[in-house]
Design a protein around this ligand. Structure first.
Ligand code: ADP
Ligand code: MG
Length: 269
């Protein structure tokens, strides 16, 4: 492909891939709640649900019957972004929903030598300019996550404070490095956010300090605590910032948004 930079969706917002090949580490929770916190601070935000489980879509109250045009059609080139964008209950926050169809994409695109660029190319069909685009990745380093990394300016890695956290992280960082060398030379690691931190648990604080000494400044100061309100919110189709704005979980995501915006300015400088 000529000039890998030409398709970077610059001018249509900062594109952030929320990625970690492990499931259940807080990717979707972070995409939804960081997106909501950014929207609450007056930014326009688009979440792209790139997981066939569609948890970001469900968590933002998009019924399955309302998911007419999805990220699947975008990746297959059957629809453009504008047709897929759906509003949410959060002012300023839109989503491109996902359905279970997405699970077949890897097989369906197997003969396309440019298959890693599908999402990045499709961004050309997005006419609305967003301040931030957050891509909620599936729990694997397969084609969907590669598409997200190829389309993004930076990657945000939620890391659960548990024993094997660092092991998975080095594999992810190797993938990021490979994508930078091949598909997307501008890709940066925006940061690592520690999630589900339990301050009563010694393992949590041990892992947090190991990750900080290994990754240094790339780890956000903001730590997302384990908080029951965060886990309850999706079943109401709401981000925790709408479900219970005073909860520690909501406050932590608001704080993360502030820190992220400061870091964005540093990375852009
Ligand atoms: P992933 O997208 O990485 O698979 P999720 O964001 O779906 O992970 O989180 C996995 C589960 O953990 C979900 O049920 C979610 O509600 C819950 N969860 C995520 N973050 C927290 C938290 N900080 N406190 C409590 N529960 C959380
Ligand atoms: Mg998820």
């Amino acid at each position: 492909m000529s000039g890998a930079n030409e398709q970077t969706p610059a001018g249509r917002g900062r594109v952030l891939a929320v990625a970690n090949q492990k499931g259940g580490v807080g990717k979707t929770t972070t995409a939804i709640n960081l997106g909501t916190a950014l929207a609450a601070s007056g930014r326009s935000v688009l979440i792209v649900d790139l997981d066939s489980q569609g948890n970001a879509s469900t968590g933002l109250g998009i019924e399955r019957s309302a998911r007419k045009v999805t990220s699947y059609q975008i990746l297959l080139g059957e629809a453009g972004f504008d047709e897929a964008v759906t509003g949410t209950a959060v002012p300023g926050l839109d989503i491109v929903p996902a359905t279970v169809d997405l699970a077949a994409v890897e097989v369906e695109l197997v003969n396309d030598p440019q298959r890693g660029y599908r999402l990045r190319r499709a961004f050309a069909s997005l006419t609305k300019a967003y301040d931030h685009v957050l891509i909620d990745c599936p729990p694997s380093l397969g084609l969907l996550t590669i598409n997200a990394l190829a389309a993004a300016h930076a990657v945000l890695v939620p890391l659960q404070c548990e024993f094997f956290a660092l092991e998975g992280l080095s594999q992810l960082l190797k993938t990021v490095e490979r994508v930078r060398k091949t598909l997307n030379p501008v890709l940066q690691v925006h940061g690592i956010v520690l999630t589900m931190y339990d301050r009563r648990n010694n393992l949590s604080s041990q892992v947090a300090s190991d990750v900080r000494s290994f990754m240094g400044e790339r780890v956000y100061e903001t730590v997302i605590p384990r908080n029951v309100r965060i886990s309850e919110a999706p079943s109401h189709g709401l981000p925790v910032l709408l479900y219970d704005v005073k909860s520690l979980g909501a406050q932590a995501y608001a704080h993360l948004a502030g820190e992220m915006l400061r870091r964005d300015r540093q990375l852009a400088a």
